[in-house]
Design a protein around this ligand. Structure first.
Ligand SMILES: O=C(O)CCC(=O)C(=O)O
Ligand SMILES: [Fe+2]
Length: 329
């Protein structure tokens, strides 16, 4: 098996008494499946009233769901197919190449979760986490991957910026904030692969988390498994091949004083199928100040760098990031 989960996590996998009792980690056999709200972004280019209706739906979905789907999103199909193909090729290199030879010349390849002390803290996935400052380092035989990443992130950035400006307009955020603070190289691309998992009733694909960004442009395949924590339970998201998912991250929850929701999500592992997803995390410079223009503010002002450093310390100490609750007044 590649990556070698069964070897590395043998002691956790053979001792099934090591299951977490925490509600976040419980895995049942069936879940309610929901279709997220679908928003047709073509209307942003039409008449004033059509645009206003579309804007209203985007803000409503960000308040009520924190997750929605977009169609006519402006990312050409061939660019999407190009990155999906390159993503598969990158993961299908032998494990030794991915893990030891650092094929992409990036430090960002990870798999599993070395901090797991019980089975349900293990994530059955491998990730290339790519800071976009670093893509020029991908060279040589991986040039086609670099070109696909460049084409995809250029279009994803425009989509994320347009949506962020719409979401921020009524929050008292400066109209030039995103232009000035979220640059092409300050965002991140996460390429995820969830290998088939023989222990899918005991192990999650991705552990519950929120995303530390303004918005995440999420492209998933048709396998399914993504779940959201809503109204006290996990619900499954129905995949839609026509749509991209947009989810609100922690930075918008702070900027909106909790009006927009950064929803906890996780991914179930699949017994038979391999699953891929691609997350474009729209992030600002490390020195960008994150604050709410609404008074009284629920959070103290902080820089994006403070949040990422705090999260990194938390992960090291506890296995989980503390996220924005750490900055509550
Ligand atoms: O694989 C998915 O659908 C979700 C991935 C995710 O939550 C992430 O990369 O932050
Ligand atoms: Fe996520």
């Amino acid at each position: 098996m590649d990556p070698p989960f069964e070897e590395k996590y043998k002691s956790l996998l053979t001792n099934t008494t090591l299951l977490s009792k925490d509600k976040d980690y419980v895995i049942m056999s069936d879940y309610e499946e929901h279709e997220l709200p679908i928003i047709d972004l073509h209307r942003l280019t039409l008449s004033f009233s059509e645009r206003e209706q579309c804007v209203k739906e985007i803000r409503q979905a960000a308040r009520e769901w924190g997750f929605f789907q977009v169609v006519n999103h402006g990312i050409p199909q061939e660019i999407l197919e190009g990155i999906q193909l390159e993503q598969r090729k990158a993961f299908h290199h032998p494990f030794s190449k991915k893990a030891e030879e650092n094929i992409l010349n990036l430090p960002g390849y990870t798999w599993g979760n070395p901090a797991a002390t019980c089975l349900r803290q293990l994530s059955w996935l491998e990730v290339f986490h790519i800071p976009l400052t670093d893509i020029s380092k991908i060279s040589g035989e991986y040039k086609s991957l670099r070109e696909s990443i460049e084409a995809y992130t250029a279009t994803a950035e425009k989509l994320a910026k347009d949506l962020s400006e719409i979401l921020a307009e009524n929050l008292g955020v400066s109209s030039t904030f995103f232009q000035e603070n979220c640059l092409p190289e300050t965002s991140y691309l996460r390429m995820n692969r969830y290998p088939p998992c023989p222990f899918s009733s005991e192990v999650l694909g991705a552990l519950p988390h929120t995303d530390s960004c303004f918005v995440n442009v999420l492209n998933q395949d048709q396998i399914g498994g993504l779940q959201l924590w809503m109204n006290g339970k996990w619900i499954s998201v129905k995949p839609n091949p026509e749509a991209l998912i947009i989810n609100i991250g922690d930075l918008f929850q702070v900027a909106s004083n909790d009006v927009y929701k950064s929803i906890r999500h996780r991914v179930l592992a699949s017994k038979q199928a391999e699953r891929f997803s691609l997350a474009y995390l729209y992030c600002p410079r490390k020195d960008a100040v994150i604050e709410s223009g609404m008074k009284p503010s629920m959070y103290r002002k902080f820089t994006f760098g403070e949040l990422t450093e705090q999260n990194a310390r938390d992960v090291k100490e506890t296995g989980n990031k503390g996220g924005i609750p750490r900055f509550l007044m």
